[in-house]
Design a protein around this ligand. Structure first.
Ligand SMILES: Cc1ncc(COP(=O)(O)O)c(C=O)c1O
Length: 390
């Protein structure tokens, strides 16, 4: 008798719905993709130049497990400048391999088997699986278009049990582009306080907000002690491939995360840490330039989608729109598959981000204006053809 070769938990993990959809996309030619959640800009040149220079000087060894102190100082300074939140670069900042690794380390550090973590629904596809891989149980808290896809405190409260350990939030939100104001976050902070929850706050889209300013969860009264702040360079600095993120938290948590990191990763890649240091030190004009361009595209896409007859909530952050396809009579999978096959436009069915994403489509505007304009022509043609068929 042979024993199963795979770990049970892993064997049961469903494949990412995004991956499955993109496997389908590769079977169609000349597709305009509004599917991929990454900047279409290249990393700013001065960042690459700094790395060439460091390589010429032989700067190719491991760094401290926590990450280069110069980078940790830059991160700490950035958070102070932007949000007035203080993290000691010596012991409260850990440089990670993207927010992805930061999330995994956080969950493995704080969860015991069976602990529940409340996550927004819809949300980034990795939240649920990462909670499960760390032995926890993800508990989705639905967000609705009527609430501008914000996480409502009464819905969070209704999900709390004796096993609830943490609240994992991510605003601006992927896939909806929704944001939360200080007052709305304060209502979640109150729940965290009341039930002694840790809050994992994934703020990877913090620099991409188009109305009002982002609020750092750890900066809310009483929240620093119970928050793990995750962020990274991927989105705002167009640096997805460099794989640099960071976690900021009280020293006991960072120390335990660093312990796992030291056994499983050693340190984030050194050239990428050099790149991240330069990006934070001198990259503010790049962030502002890209953000201004995203904002123009956002306006074009929301207006254009509304003109096709699809109802489209106005996203105020990240680089996604989340139009509803309910009025067309199709479910989101069918809509996305037919849009791809009939008009060669790829957008991700909302259902892959959670049950509450059914009836919606995630389209990203991290692509050129020309692509967006052509995509809108094709989407309009598709919606009209559906109307004629009904
Ligand atoms: C909400 C959210 N968190 C985390 C990540 C992962 O980012 P990183 O490249 O830093 O691992 C993404 C990437 O799409 C994301 O959308």
């Amino acid at each position: 008798m042979t024993r199963p070769r795979l770990n049970q938990e892993v064997a049961q993990l469903p494949p990412s719905g995004i991956r499955e959809f993109f496997d389908l996309v590769t079977t169609v030619e000349n597709v305009i993709s509004l599917g991929v959640g990454e900047p279409d800009f290249a990393t700013p040149w001065h960042v690459c130049d700094e790395v060439y220079d460091s390589l010429r000087h032989g700067f190719t060894s491991y760094t401290s497990n926590l990450g280069m102190i110069e980078l940790r100082r830059e991160i700490s300074g950035l958070l102070r400048r932007l949000y007035g939140v203080e993290y000691n670069p010596e012991k409260e900042v850990l440089v990670t391999v993207g927010v992805s690794q930061g999330l995994d380390l956080t969950l493995r550090t704080i969860l015991n088997r069976g602990d529940e973590v409340i996550i927004p629904d819809p949300c980034f596809v990795a939240y649920g699986p990462c909670v499960k891989l760390a032995g926890g149980v993800p508990v989705p808290a639905p967000m609705r278009e009527e609430d501008q896809f914000k996480l409502r405190p009464e819905i969070v409260r209704s999900k709390i049990t004796a096993r609830t350990r943490a609240l994992l939030i991510g605003f601006p939100n992927n896939p909806t582009g929704s944001v939360m104001t200080r007052e709305e976050l304060l209502a979640l902070a109150e729940i965290a306080e009341e039930h002694d929850l840790l809050v994992i706050s994934d703020e990877i889209y913090d620099r991409l907000t188009y109305a009002g300013s982002h609020r750092c969860f750890a900066g809310l009264p009483g929240m620093w002690e119970r928050t793990v702040l995750l962020n990274g360079l991927s989105k705002a600095y167009a640096m997805t491939g460099w794989r640099i993120g960071y976690a900021c938290a009280p020293p006991d948590i960072i120390n335990s995360m660093m312990c796992i990191h030291s056994y499983t990763m050693m340190s984030a890649p050194t050239p990428s840490q050099v790149a991240a240091t330069e990006a934070i030190r001198a990259g503010e004009p790049d962030v502002q330039r890209m953000k201004a361009e995203y904002d123009q595209r956002r306006r074009l896409l929301v207006k254009g989608l509304r003109e096709t007859g699809l109802s489209c909530f106005e996203p105020l952050g990240a680089f996604y729109v989340f139009p509803s396809v309910r009025g067309t009579g199709l479910d989101c999978d069918t809509f996305a598959r037919r849009l791809l096959q009939e008009e060669r436009v790829a957008a991700v069915p909302g259902r892959v981000f959670g049950e509450a994403g059914e009836g919606y489509l995630r389209a990203t505007y991290a692509t050129s204006m020309a692509n967006l304009k052509e995509a809108l022509v094709r989407i309009e043609r598709f919606v009209r053809s559906l109307e004629r068929q009904r």
